[in-house]
Design a protein around this ligand. Structure first.
Ligand code: 3UK
Length: 515
């Protein structure tokens, strides 16, 4: 990929304004229920908001601006406005409470905020506790404000025209603080530059996804999660395509919206593909053609299930907030069951031992990755631990085969050591999920006097199956027959649901708490 940028670069100019300047302003850019914005319309909104930020809210380049909204068109307009103003976008998960928002405001030294009116309460509570947050305005998700006074963002936007000269930022100026969703429970922030945004658009999409200008993107990850920011905003716009932003994007809404909007490219997580698979026949009657899975390991069984249901081979990819987006992946033609894929063009990946030395193919170790983006923590000691000589440690246990395909094993913390055996939690989960009675499950290691640790499974059954001792025994026997018998869960309990992050990741550390 071409990864050289001019010293002066504003990614909003490249991803948004360029389309209008080159005559594509009338192309469809963003859709939502009851709404369609062209590139020119998004630019008009973003420019007006940028003017409000600069002239009415006093934003100067480098300020950190918090954004709070579910996926909707105004969130996209606000994101570009912040970038145009040379400020730093700090997008936050819609479900966060005041306490969590306060932690982000404090850590990120946030001075300004734009918030969806429907999520005002927790924002106002956080603002009361944060004297440093000087300016806060509210908006409606569709940009049509009515009756919330002269301070509503839409009213302020009317005072300005649709012209704004983007701040001439440097390619190396920060434009995003991305807070991670907390697989480990401890919040951390990573910093990304304008050139990082351009780099992720130049690496994975043209080499793996290969979208075209007529594609219609849709999916579930929030724009506050960089998987969603890339997949549902930056990547479609990089090729002049359109995107559908949904405030609610559980499997039923996704199914309905894929139909309604004629979506062609879908981004969601493995569990969502499992839930949607029974609707494969309906999906076959839509123009859906590409489906991307990330955020969590994709079980080989889910890949097969989706292919059989829809005829579409899933595109798996591992990315991280630290690296901004996907760095190991494979397109449909190169997918191998059980493998995430190979390092994508522009990135290098390898498996290393505890001392950071590369291990032989076939050996399990720590995944390390290096590329044009990556791993700048905001005020965090973990920089020293996770970044070594430019190589970023992701915290995942992986093995690489002789062909350069990477096979996910587990999070490094989720490796169970029982009676001297290494057992990866996801491998046991995958085995359990092959049983038709199992809807979802989570596996952890619990302390055991004799074996050090033993495998414990938390199982959610599909409706119509009874959670009794006979079922537990059936599932234990099933695992013994599916993978090496020593991996079977010696403890197995039934639960109604599993603890997940807002990005859909299983929180195994919380299973330890309920254990
Ligand atoms: C896990 C995967 C196996 C893995 C993300 C795509 O998930 C994203 O970012 P996060 O910072 O979490 C990173 C961690 O999640 N993971 C993600 N994808 C996969 N494990 N197979 C996968 N395909 O533990 C990784 O270290 O929340 C994903 C794009 C942008 C992202 N931020």
């Amino acid at each position: 990929p071409e990864l050289h940028w001019p010293a002066q670069l504003n990614c909003a100019t490249e991803l948004l304004d360029r389309h209008v300047a080159e005559g594509r302003g009338e192309r469809l850019c963003i859709q939502a229920p009851g709404l369609r914005w062209t590139y020119a319309e998004l630019q008009d909104k973003a420019n007006r908001i940028a003017s409000v930020l600069v002239h009415e809210m006093g934003v100067v380049p480098g300020n950190r601006v918090l954004l709070r909204a579910p996926n909707n068109p105004m969130l996209a307009a606000c994101w570009f406005a912040v970038i145009k103003a040379g400020a730093i976008a700090v997008a936050t998960m819609p479900l966060l409470r005041a306490k969590e928002l306060k932690a982000i405001i404090d850590k990120g030294q946030v001075t300004h905020a734009l918030c969806d009116l429907n999520l005002a309460e927790e924002m106002q509570e956080a603002a009361r506790q944060c004297p440093g947050l000087a300016q806060l305005r509210f908006f409606h998700g569709n940009g049509v404000g009515n009756g919330d006074g002269a301070d509503g963002l839409e009213a302020l936007m009317q005072r300005h025209d649709g012209r704004f000269d983007n701040v001439a930022t440097a390619a190396d100026d920060c434009c995003i603080f991305a807070f991670t969703s907390g697989t480990t429970g401890v919040p951390k922030a990573t910093m990304h530059f304008h050139r990082d945004v351009m780099a992720i658009c130049a690496c994975w999409p043209p080499h793996v996804l290969r979208p075209v200008a007529d594609d219609v993107f849709i999916g579930s990850p929030p724009l506050a999660f960089t998987f969603g920011l890339g997949g549902l905003l930056l990547f479609p716009m990089a090729v002049g395509a359109s995107t559908v932003l949904l405030e609610k994007a559980g499997p039923p809404q996704l199914l309905e919206s894929v139909r309604e909007f004629g979506a062609t490219v879908l981004f969601t997580a493995p569990t969502s593909y499992r839930t949607l698979a029974p609707s494969g026949a309906e999906l076959r009657r839509t123009p859906l053609r590409k489906c991307v899975s990330a955020g969590e390991a994709l079980p080989a069984s889910t890949r097969a299930l989706w292919r059989e249901a829809t005829g579409i081979e899933l595109i798996d990819g591992i990315g991280s907030t630290e690296m901004l987006h996907i760095f190991i992946s494979a397109d449909e033609a190169h997918a191998r069951p059980g493998a995430t894929g190979k390092a994508i063009p522009g990135y290098e990946a390898r498996v290393v031992d505890d001392a950071g030395r590369p291990v032989a193919p076939g050996t399990v170790g720590h995944l390390a990755v290096r590329g044009p983006t990556g791993c700048r923590y905001l005020a965090d000691e973990r920089q020293k631990v996770y970044v070594r000589e430019g190589w970023n440690l992701t915290g995942d246990a992986y093995l690489m085969d002789g062909d350069g395909y990477f096979f996910y094993q587990s999070r490094t913390d989720d490796m169970i050591i029982s009676a001297g055996y290494n057992i990866a939690s996801p491998e046991v989960e995958e085995a359990l999920m092959l049983h038709p009675a199992v809807a979802e499950c989570g596996v952890i290691g619990v302390a055991d006097a004799e074996r050090g640790q033993v495998v414990k499974a938390f199982v959610v059954l599909r409706s119509g199956h009874s959670a009794d001792a006979a079922m537990a025994k059936t599932l234990q026997d099933f695992v013994k027959q599916t993978v090496a018998p020593y991996k079977y869960p010696r403890q197995l309990v039934f639960v109604d649901k599993l603890p997940r992050t807002q990005t859909g990741k299983l929180q195994r550390f919380r299973l330890h708490e309920v254990e």
